[in-house]
Design a binder for this molecule. Structure first.
Ligand code: FES
Ligand code: FES
Length: 160
């Protein structure tokens, strides 16, 4: 049965008419045209579909629409409006951390969610958040270098 569900998408209130058990990923891509949210495995195992929901990195293929009701959802399209999202995006570009790029949007969102909560994560915490992401191109070293550079910039800002 189709239901009207409202979410806050990248700061804008939007209403979606869809069955409430539709995966959030499908709604974002197909109904709301936010194609930056990638469809990878579709089963919660690759992290490509990660978005931020109320501050938490979530795999949108594994989340039904009803669970996002009234919540703030940030997708890759919204990263540029977030101060930490901007830093993360720039660092990934500076380090040329993407090869095919398919996994990268999900990683950008996980890293942004993490650094917004904890700007100085331990290696263990960082690895735990990245553990949910697969990158078949193997750009892991560049990805880590980009993240280190953001953490360093955040530390410098804090010290200034
Ligand atoms: S597409 Fe959602 S975890 Fe792979
Ligand atoms: S850059 Fe291609 S899958 Fe990660």
């Amino acid at each position: 049965m189709t239901t009207s569900i409202q979410i806050i998408l990248n700061g804008q209130s939007v209403t979606v008419d869809a069955p409430e058990n539709t995966p959030l990923l499908y709604v974002l891509r197909n109904d709301l045209e936010h194609k930056g949210t990638r469809f990878g495995c579709g089963s919660g195992n690759c992290g490509a579909c990660t978005v931020i929901v109320d501050g938490q990195a979530m795999q949108s293929c594994d989340m039904q629409l009803w669970a996002a009701t009234g919540k703030e959802v940030i997708t890759a399209e919204g990263l540029a409006s977030d101060p930490i999202g901007q830093l993360v995006q720039k660092a990934f570009i500076d380090e040329q951390a993407a090869q095919c790029g398919y996994c990268i949007n999900g990683i950008l969102l996980s890293v942004t969610a993490l650094l917004k909560k904890n700007p100085q994560p331990t290696q263990e915490v960082l690895m735990e958040s990245l553990n949910r992401h697969l990158c078949r191109c193997g750009t892991h070293v560049r990805i880590l270098r980009a993240i280190d550079s953001v953490i360093q910039q955040l530390n410098e800002k804090k010290a200034a």
